[in-house]
Design a protein around this ligand. Structure first.
Ligand code: NAD
Length: 360
């Protein structure tokens, strides 16, 4: 059976890593009908919108998409296309597996973590009130009246919504992922000792959801600061982590640092009926068009996509072959060489060629 997949190549280094990954995925033999769409600045120039309706319709129709990174202008300009897509399609679970592959430079020998981050609320909801504005003064006055606390009058205010619905569904997602992928433990990460209402609610929901999995998957919780220290000291003690949005963002970057950095860290944004796969890294504009960066994060995102499509054999094969190329350290990009200036480093395309050769 052939699968229909929306491909958004992205910009900056996006196109290079996307096409390298596409060639590798096709080389597994899985039949995919690719529907290519553009978003971001290029789409704004051509079609007058950074995220045209046509792109969202394509993902809604195909249910599966894979995407290269898209540049977000700093300061003025458009809101992140990536965040817009996650919200528009209700891709509430951000999945970031952080696994150590032999041959990658790191201080650790045994890391195999999966970070499950809530994608739709928390301080990322984008509800902020600027310092000095009239409406901010009103909010400050209202909060003072309702809470009895005194706020500094020159404050900016951000809102942190945490709901029962979003908390329960992300924790359930983490447990279901653990069962499906034969993992042993879920750790809920929070700061409920200080944020008793918001993080307290997240923890309460996590404990309630965990009851349904008793005897099948272990459950524990950790305070986020302690969690960071423990991950740096003994990451092998942890397995699947589930976190609200902001802690999830920070802890997943920490975890990708444990396993060798951005060049190899894949990701997925998953909802109840759709999934969008993409590497953690951005569009690295300074390397654009140089055929230089590592395609592995995008290829491993393709591995996650193949598993999602139930093409488990092809996914395992692509992961093993990519891992073997990394382990041997010959046909790899500069970031995987012990010395980043090593002249024997190959380009993005050539690393993909080495993987494809072994798949045949
Ligand atoms: P970045 O991830 O693009 O690059 C930071 C550095 O990481 C690079 O300079 C490079 O040294 C290294 N790096 C990244 N990818 C690599 C790869 N595949 N191989 C080897 N080295 C790699 O982060 P940034 O510079 O903060 O962001 C650049 C742009 O990307 C911004 O506009 C940002 O908004 C956007 N961005 C997009 C996404 C997305 O589309 N999901 C995610 C993050 C950032």
């Amino acid at each position: 059976m052939s699968h229909k997949v929306t491909l958004i190549p992205g910009d900056g280094i996006g196109r290079e890593v996307s096409y390298a990954a596409k060639r590798c995925i096709d080389a597994t033999g899985v039949k995919i009908e690719w529907e290519e769409k553009i978003a971001g600045q290029e789409s704004l120039d051509k079609f007058g919108a950074v995220l045209p309706q046509d792109v969202l319709d394509s993902i809604r129709r195909n249910k599966v998409a894979i995407k290269g990174p898209i540049t977000t202008p700093v300061g003025k300009g458009f809101r992140s296309v990536n965040v817009q897509m996650r919200i528009a399609l209700d891709l509430y679970a951000c999945l970031r597996p952080c696994k150590l592959y032999k041959g990658v430079k790191t201080h650790y020998s045994n890391v195999d973590l999966v970070v499950v981050r809530e994608n739709t609320e928390d301080l990322y909801a984008g509800i902020e009130f600027s310092q000095g504005m009239d409406r901010t003064k009103k909010i400050i006055k209202h909060i003072e009246e309702l809470s009895g606390s005194v706020l500094r009058s020159d404050s900016a205010i951000g809102i942190k919504p945490i709901s029962i619905k979003a908390s329960k569904r992300i924790v359930k997602f983490a447990f279901e992922y653990a069962i499906k992928n034969k993992r042993r433990k879920v750790t809920a990460v929070h700061k409920a000792n200080i944020m008793k209402e918001t993080d307290g609610l997240f923890l309460e929901c996590a404990r309630e959801v965990a009851k349904a999995y008793e005897g099948r998957i272990e459950f524990e919780d950790r305070i986020v600061d302690n969690m960071c220290m423990q991950l740096v000291q003994k990451p092998e003690l942890y397995d699947v982590l589930v976190l609200p949005n902001l802690y999830g963002d920070i802890v997943s970057d920490l975890c990708s640092g444990l396993v060798g950095g951005l060049g190899i860290a894949p990701g997925a944004n998953i909802g109840d009926s759709m999934a969008l796969f993409e590497p953690i890294h951005g569009s690295a504009p300074k390397y654009a068009g140089q055929n230089k960066v590592n395609p592995a994060a995008m290829i491993f995102s393709g591995v996650l996509m193949l598993r999602h499509l139930n093409e488990v054999k092809a996914a395992d094969m692509l992961e093993q072959v990519t891992a073997s190329v990394i382990r041997e350290g010959k046909d790899v990009t500069y970031d995987l060489k012990p010395d980043r200036n090593d002249p024997s480093a190959v380009g993005t395309k050539e690393m993909a060629d080495a993987i494809i050769k072994r798949l045949k």
